[in-house]
Ligand binder design. Structure first.
Ligand code: COA
Length: 257
């Protein structure tokens, strides 16, 4: 698929995707189709071990394309299960995705960041779910993921009033892993991604699976699932290499086997 609304680049086993639809990056259906295609391609490319999603240099993303919404009715959205494919595609992606957010991440922009596994924020980042101001509500995870990330009170207030959360509050609340100066957002985000590419690939896949199951499994089953994955990694060459390198005081050379 040729991309017109995103730019992709592979840098040292990191699959980078940059939204590229003007200053505000409204998420048109075409943009989302391209984004999902790029994620799918990277996820099935053995040379890619981690992905990064970036927005614009001033604004991450102002959300779903409201102009596209104007003529749509319930029947159109329900029949097409609008946003179902995007939701499923992110859930199915096995490799880690990091969002690097500068400026506004509103509505679908906030939800896009939250569909990623790690969010790193620039100091100017602001997160919000302002759909209520349009007479609608979040439809791509804004009530579910935000609540899991920051708790009911903040998620409820943000979804009901449209209040935005700035970067420092987002870090305090656990929505983002850390805040960095805007000017180093891209380099810091790429550095985290690069670090992940250097980790044993099978352990990376297993950890993402285990962490993401926290919302769907009770603690007892979650701990059992984690323990079984832990056991299974002892059948890998990377486990032998990692433990041996530690003993020999050298850097491990992981093969993904
Ligand atoms: N979808 C479509 N177009 C959007 C958009 C969106 N989500 N967000 C901004 N735009 C467009 C505006 O319509 C405007 O287009 P125009 O130049 O053709 O008039 C342009 O981007 C600039 O927007 P404007 O509101 O004039 O800029 P601003 O700097 O004053 O405010 C925002 C920027 C992002 C705060 C404001 O545009 C906004 O609140 N956008 C909607 C956010 C939202 O509700 N997202 C959830 C969508 S479900």
């Amino acid at each position: 698929m040729a991309y017109e609304n995103i730019v992709t680049e592979v840098i040292d086993q990191v699959g980078m995707i940059k939204l590229n639809r003007g200053k505000y990056n409204p998420l048109s259906k075409a943009l989302l189709d391209e984004l999902i295609d790029a994620i799918h391609q990277y996820d099935h490319n053995d040379d890619i071990r981690c992905m990064v999603i970036l927005g614009g240099d001033e604004i991450f993303c102002a959300g779903a394309d409201i102009k596209e919404f104007a003529d749509l009715h319930f029947v159109d959205l329900f029949a097409a299960n609008r946003f179902g494919h995007e939701t499923d595609s992110f859930l199915q992606c096995r490799k880690p995705i990091i969002a690097g957010v500068i400026g506004l991440a509103l509505g679908g922009g906030c939800e896009l960041a939250m569909m990623c596994d790690i969010i790193i924020a620039g100091e100017s980042a602001e997160f919000g779910q302002p759909e209520i101001n349009l007479g609608i509500m979040a439809g791509l995870g804004g009530t579910q993921r935000l609540t899991r990330a920051v708790g009911k009170a903040k998620a409820m207030e943000m979804n009901l009033t449209g209040r935005r959360m700035k970067a420092d509050e987002a870090e305090r609340s656990g929505l983002v892993s850390r805040v960095v100066p805007d000017k180093s957002l891209v380099s810091e985000t790429m550095a985290v991604a690069k670090k992940i590419t250097e980790q044993p690939p099978l352990a990376v896949l297993a950890i993402k699976e285990a962490v993401n199951l926290v919302d769907s499994l009770p603690l007892r089953e979650g701990l059992l699932f984690e323990r079984r994955l832990f056991h299974s990694l002892f059948s890998t060459e990377d486990k032998n290499e990692g433990t041996q390198a530690f003993v020999e005081k050298r850097t491990p050379n992981f093969s993904g086997k």
